[in-house]
Design a protein. Structure first.
Length: 292
Protein backbone atom coordinates (compact mmCIF):
# COMPACT_ATOMS: atom_id res chain seq x y z
CA UNK A 1 0.00 0.00 0.00
CA UNK A 2 1.41 3.36 -0.94
CA UNK A 3 1.79 6.19 1.52
CA UNK A 4 -1.27 8.45 1.90
CA UNK A 5 -0.54 12.11 2.53
CA UNK A 6 -3.77 13.13 4.26
CA UNK A 7 -4.38 15.34 7.27
CA UNK A 8 -8.16 15.14 7.81
CA UNK A 9 -9.79 12.10 9.46
CA UNK A 10 -10.38 9.13 7.19
CA UNK A 11 -13.41 8.28 9.29
CA UNK A 12 -15.63 10.73 11.14
CA UNK A 13 -18.81 9.75 12.99
CA UNK A 14 -21.05 12.45 14.48
CA UNK A 15 -24.21 12.21 16.62
CA UNK A 16 -24.97 8.63 15.60
CA UNK A 17 -28.29 7.38 16.94
CA UNK A 18 -30.02 4.04 16.49
CA UNK A 19 -33.01 2.48 18.23
CA UNK A 20 -34.74 -0.88 17.91
CA UNK A 21 -38.25 -0.12 19.03
CA UNK A 22 -38.03 1.23 22.58
CA UNK A 23 -34.44 0.03 22.99
CA UNK A 24 -31.81 2.70 22.33
CA UNK A 25 -28.73 1.03 20.82
CA UNK A 26 -26.72 4.20 20.12
CA UNK A 27 -27.11 7.64 21.67
CA UNK A 28 -25.19 10.49 19.99
CA UNK A 29 -22.10 8.37 19.39
CA UNK A 30 -19.24 10.23 17.76
CA UNK A 31 -15.52 9.72 17.16
CA UNK A 32 -12.96 9.87 14.37
CA UNK A 33 -10.01 7.89 13.02
CA UNK A 34 -7.11 9.69 11.37
CA UNK A 35 -4.53 8.38 8.89
CA UNK A 36 -1.67 6.44 10.50
CA UNK A 37 -3.82 5.87 13.59
CA UNK A 38 -5.05 2.72 15.33
CA UNK A 39 -8.26 3.30 17.30
CA UNK A 40 -9.74 0.61 19.54
CA UNK A 41 -13.49 0.54 20.08
CA UNK A 42 -14.07 -1.09 23.46
CA UNK A 43 -17.15 -2.09 25.38
CA UNK A 44 -19.00 -5.08 26.84
CA UNK A 45 -21.39 -7.24 24.85
CA UNK A 46 -24.46 -5.19 23.95
CA UNK A 47 -22.63 -1.88 24.34
CA UNK A 48 -23.29 -0.80 20.76
CA UNK A 49 -19.96 -1.69 19.13
CA UNK A 50 -21.38 -4.07 16.54
CA UNK A 51 -24.24 -1.71 15.70
CA UNK A 52 -21.73 1.09 15.13
CA UNK A 53 -19.61 -1.08 12.83
CA UNK A 54 -22.62 -2.34 10.87
CA UNK A 55 -23.84 1.20 10.25
CA UNK A 56 -20.33 2.23 9.23
CA UNK A 57 -20.16 -0.65 6.74
CA UNK A 58 -23.63 0.07 5.33
CA UNK A 59 -25.18 -3.09 6.75
CA UNK A 60 -27.59 -1.12 8.94
CA UNK A 61 -29.15 2.32 8.62
CA UNK A 62 -28.87 4.96 11.34
CA UNK A 63 -31.85 6.89 12.71
CA UNK A 64 -29.70 9.99 12.87
CA UNK A 65 -26.10 11.08 12.46
CA UNK A 66 -23.40 11.78 9.93
CA UNK A 67 -20.65 9.41 8.79
CA UNK A 68 -17.83 10.63 6.59
CA UNK A 69 -15.73 7.75 5.29
CA UNK A 70 -13.75 6.59 2.24
CA UNK A 71 -15.44 4.93 -0.72
CA UNK A 72 -16.43 1.37 0.18
CA UNK A 73 -13.77 0.02 -2.19
CA UNK A 74 -11.17 1.63 0.09
CA UNK A 75 -12.45 -0.05 3.25
CA UNK A 76 -11.10 -3.46 4.26
CA UNK A 77 -13.12 -5.50 6.75
CA UNK A 78 -12.66 -8.68 8.76
CA UNK A 79 -15.63 -9.61 10.93
CA UNK A 80 -15.96 -11.56 14.14
CA UNK A 81 -18.11 -14.18 12.43
CA UNK A 82 -16.24 -15.64 9.47
CA UNK A 83 -18.15 -17.50 6.77
CA UNK A 84 -16.70 -18.71 3.46
CA UNK A 85 -18.19 -21.13 0.89
CA UNK A 86 -17.10 -24.48 2.30
CA UNK A 87 -16.36 -26.03 -1.11
CA UNK A 88 -13.97 -23.28 -2.27
CA UNK A 89 -10.25 -23.66 -1.78
CA UNK A 90 -8.27 -20.97 0.03
CA UNK A 91 -6.56 -19.84 -3.17
CA UNK A 92 -9.92 -19.62 -4.94
CA UNK A 93 -11.29 -17.36 -2.22
CA UNK A 94 -8.26 -15.09 -2.47
CA UNK A 95 -8.52 -14.92 -6.26
CA UNK A 96 -12.24 -14.19 -6.07
CA UNK A 97 -11.65 -11.24 -3.74
CA UNK A 98 -8.65 -10.01 -5.72
CA UNK A 99 -10.72 -9.97 -8.94
CA UNK A 100 -12.69 -7.02 -7.52
CA UNK A 101 -9.61 -4.77 -7.38
CA UNK A 102 -7.17 -3.41 -9.92
CA UNK A 103 -4.70 -2.40 -7.21
CA UNK A 104 -3.03 -3.86 -4.15
CA UNK A 105 -0.80 -6.84 -3.40
CA UNK A 106 -0.93 -10.10 -5.34
CA UNK A 107 -2.55 -13.28 -4.08
CA UNK A 108 0.91 -14.87 -3.88
CA UNK A 109 2.20 -11.99 -1.78
CA UNK A 110 -0.65 -12.25 0.73
CA UNK A 111 -0.39 -16.05 0.86
CA UNK A 112 3.25 -15.68 1.85
CA UNK A 113 2.61 -12.74 4.17
CA UNK A 114 -0.02 -14.60 6.21
CA UNK A 115 1.58 -18.06 5.97
CA UNK A 116 -1.28 -19.56 3.98
CA UNK A 117 0.72 -21.90 1.72
CA UNK A 118 0.25 -24.98 3.90
CA UNK A 119 -3.53 -24.88 3.29
CA UNK A 120 -3.69 -22.81 0.11
CA UNK A 121 -5.24 -25.69 -1.86
CA UNK A 122 -7.49 -27.02 0.89
CA UNK A 123 -11.24 -26.37 0.98
CA UNK A 124 -12.39 -23.68 3.38
CA UNK A 125 -14.80 -26.06 5.08
CA UNK A 126 -11.87 -28.08 6.41
CA UNK A 127 -9.90 -25.18 7.89
CA UNK A 128 -9.62 -24.38 11.57
CA UNK A 129 -10.99 -21.17 13.02
CA UNK A 130 -7.52 -19.65 13.23
CA UNK A 131 -6.75 -20.54 9.60
CA UNK A 132 -10.02 -18.98 8.44
CA UNK A 133 -9.15 -15.87 10.45
CA UNK A 134 -5.84 -15.51 8.62
CA UNK A 135 -7.58 -15.89 5.25
CA UNK A 136 -10.12 -13.25 6.27
CA UNK A 137 -7.39 -10.79 7.21
CA UNK A 138 -5.55 -11.42 3.95
CA UNK A 139 -8.77 -10.74 2.04
CA UNK A 140 -9.29 -7.50 3.96
CA UNK A 141 -5.92 -6.21 2.75
CA UNK A 142 -6.03 -7.47 -0.85
CA UNK A 143 -7.61 -4.26 -2.14
CA UNK A 144 -5.02 -1.96 -0.50
CA UNK A 145 -7.64 -0.24 1.69
CA UNK A 146 -7.20 3.16 3.29
CA UNK A 147 -9.40 2.22 6.26
CA UNK A 148 -9.19 -1.21 7.91
CA UNK A 149 -12.11 -2.26 10.14
CA UNK A 150 -11.52 -5.29 12.35
CA UNK A 151 -14.03 -6.96 14.67
CA UNK A 152 -12.29 -9.19 17.26
CA UNK A 153 -9.35 -9.79 14.89
CA UNK A 154 -7.38 -12.21 17.09
CA UNK A 155 -10.19 -14.67 17.82
CA UNK A 156 -8.95 -18.22 17.25
CA UNK A 157 -5.34 -17.23 16.55
CA UNK A 158 -2.37 -18.85 18.25
CA UNK A 159 0.28 -16.71 19.96
CA UNK A 160 2.60 -16.56 16.94
CA UNK A 161 -0.24 -15.60 14.60
CA UNK A 162 -1.44 -12.91 17.02
CA UNK A 163 2.02 -11.35 17.15
CA UNK A 164 2.19 -11.41 13.36
CA UNK A 165 -1.27 -9.86 13.07
CA UNK A 166 -0.50 -6.95 15.38
CA UNK A 167 2.72 -6.26 13.52
CA UNK A 168 0.78 -6.25 10.25
CA UNK A 169 -1.66 -3.73 11.72
CA UNK A 170 1.20 -1.54 12.98
CA UNK A 171 2.81 -1.63 9.53
CA UNK A 172 -0.49 -0.75 7.87
CA UNK A 173 -0.90 2.30 10.12
CA UNK A 174 2.75 3.30 9.74
CA UNK A 175 2.15 3.43 5.98
CA UNK A 176 -0.68 5.92 6.46
CA UNK A 177 -3.67 3.62 6.85
CA UNK A 178 -6.38 4.12 9.46
CA UNK A 179 -7.46 1.20 11.67
CA UNK A 180 -10.65 0.83 13.69
CA UNK A 181 -10.74 -2.36 15.71
CA UNK A 182 -13.26 -3.75 18.14
CA UNK A 183 -11.91 -6.18 20.70
CA UNK A 184 -12.23 -7.50 24.26
CA UNK A 185 -8.48 -8.02 24.65
CA UNK A 186 -7.55 -4.96 26.69
CA UNK A 187 -3.96 -6.03 27.24
CA UNK A 188 -3.27 -6.13 23.51
CA UNK A 189 -5.09 -2.84 22.98
CA UNK A 190 -2.81 -1.12 25.48
CA UNK A 191 0.18 -2.19 23.36
CA UNK A 192 -1.03 -1.38 19.84
CA UNK A 193 -3.80 1.26 19.92
CA UNK A 194 -3.04 4.97 19.72
CA UNK A 195 -6.52 5.91 20.90
CA UNK A 196 -9.32 4.22 22.79
CA UNK A 197 -13.05 4.84 22.44
CA UNK A 198 -15.05 3.20 25.22
CA UNK A 199 -18.75 2.71 24.58
CA UNK A 200 -21.35 1.29 26.95
CA UNK A 201 -25.12 1.19 26.61
CA UNK A 202 -24.79 3.11 23.36
CA UNK A 203 -22.93 6.05 24.91
CA UNK A 204 -19.28 7.04 24.57
CA UNK A 205 -17.71 7.03 28.05
CA UNK A 206 -14.16 7.89 27.00
CA UNK A 207 -12.36 8.97 23.85
CA UNK A 208 -8.68 9.75 24.02
CA UNK A 209 -5.09 8.49 23.88
CA UNK A 210 -4.64 5.03 25.32
CA UNK A 211 -2.11 6.14 27.92
CA UNK A 212 -4.43 8.90 29.15
CA UNK A 213 -7.31 6.67 30.17
CA UNK A 214 -5.57 5.65 33.38
CA UNK A 215 -3.97 9.06 34.02
CA UNK A 216 -7.29 10.84 33.60
CA UNK A 217 -8.89 8.66 36.27
CA UNK A 218 -6.10 9.49 38.73
CA UNK A 219 -6.16 6.21 40.58
CA UNK A 220 -3.54 3.61 41.35
CA UNK A 221 -3.34 -0.10 42.00
CA UNK A 222 -1.90 -1.20 45.35
CA UNK A 223 -0.99 -4.88 45.76
CA UNK A 224 0.20 -6.52 48.96
CA UNK A 225 -0.11 -9.59 51.19
CA UNK A 226 -1.88 -9.43 54.55
CA UNK A 227 -3.81 -11.84 56.79
CA UNK A 228 -6.35 -9.05 57.35
CA UNK A 229 -8.83 -7.62 54.89
CA UNK A 230 -8.19 -3.92 54.22
CA UNK A 231 -11.04 -1.56 55.10
CA UNK A 232 -11.06 2.15 54.33
CA UNK A 233 -13.28 4.81 52.80
CA UNK A 234 -10.33 5.58 50.47
CA UNK A 235 -10.64 2.17 48.77
CA UNK A 236 -12.73 2.27 45.58
CA UNK A 237 -12.45 -1.43 44.83
CA UNK A 238 -10.70 -4.41 46.39
CA UNK A 239 -10.05 -7.92 45.09
CA UNK A 240 -8.90 -10.52 47.63
CA UNK A 241 -7.57 -14.02 47.01
CA UNK A 242 -6.39 -15.61 50.22
CA UNK A 243 -3.84 -13.22 51.72
CA UNK A 244 -3.31 -11.41 48.41
CA UNK A 245 -5.10 -8.08 48.05
CA UNK A 246 -5.44 -5.75 45.06
CA UNK A 247 -6.83 -2.28 45.73
CA UNK A 248 -7.93 0.56 43.49
CA UNK A 249 -7.69 4.02 45.02
CA UNK A 250 -7.47 7.64 43.94
CA UNK A 251 -5.55 8.46 47.13
CA UNK A 252 -2.63 6.03 47.40
CA UNK A 253 -0.48 8.20 49.69
CA UNK A 254 -3.31 8.88 52.14
CA UNK A 255 -4.37 5.23 52.15
CA UNK A 256 -0.87 3.95 52.87
CA UNK A 257 -0.44 6.55 55.60
CA UNK A 258 -3.70 5.35 57.14
CA UNK A 259 -2.46 1.74 57.02
CA UNK A 260 0.85 2.59 58.67
CA UNK A 261 -0.71 4.77 61.37
CA UNK A 262 -3.05 1.92 62.28
CA UNK A 263 -0.26 -0.69 62.19
CA UNK A 264 -2.01 -2.60 59.41
CA UNK A 265 0.15 -5.68 58.65
CA UNK A 266 1.25 -5.94 55.01
CA UNK A 267 4.08 -7.44 52.97
CA UNK A 268 5.29 -7.31 49.35
CA UNK A 269 3.82 -3.86 48.81
CA UNK A 270 3.58 -2.73 45.17
CA UNK A 271 2.05 0.50 43.86
CA UNK A 272 1.46 0.98 40.13
CA UNK A 273 -0.68 2.78 37.56
CA UNK A 274 -4.02 1.08 37.01
CA UNK A 275 -4.27 -1.14 33.94
CA UNK A 276 -6.49 -0.36 30.97
CA UNK A 277 -8.88 -3.09 32.07
CA UNK A 278 -9.15 -1.66 35.58
CA UNK A 279 -9.73 1.80 34.14
CA UNK A 280 -12.42 0.39 31.84
CA UNK A 281 -14.25 -1.28 34.74
CA UNK A 282 -14.02 1.88 36.83
CA UNK A 283 -15.38 4.07 34.03
CA UNK A 284 -18.36 1.78 33.59
CA UNK A 285 -19.00 1.74 37.33
CA UNK A 286 -18.94 5.55 37.56
CA UNK A 287 -21.21 5.88 34.54
CA UNK A 288 -23.79 3.47 35.97
CA UNK A 289 -23.75 5.29 39.30
CA UNK A 290 -24.69 8.51 37.50
CA UNK A 291 -27.38 6.84 35.39
CA UNK A 292 -30.78 6.60 37.12
Amino acid sequence: MGSKQMTSPLLSITNLRKSYGAKVALHNVGFSVEPAQIVALLGPNGAGKSTTLKILLGLRSADQGVIEKPDKSLIGYSGQEISFPAHLKTVEVLRLVKAHYDRGPSVEHMATHFNLHSFLHRQMGGLSGGEKRRVSLACALLGAPHLLVLDEPTTGLDVESRIHLWQEIRDFAADGGAVLLSTHDLNEVSQVAHRVVIIDHGTVLFDGPTNEITRSLKFRTIKFRSPRKPLSSLIEDCTTEGDNHRILTQHPEELLKEFFENSFPLEDLEVSTATLEEAFIHLRKKHHEKTP
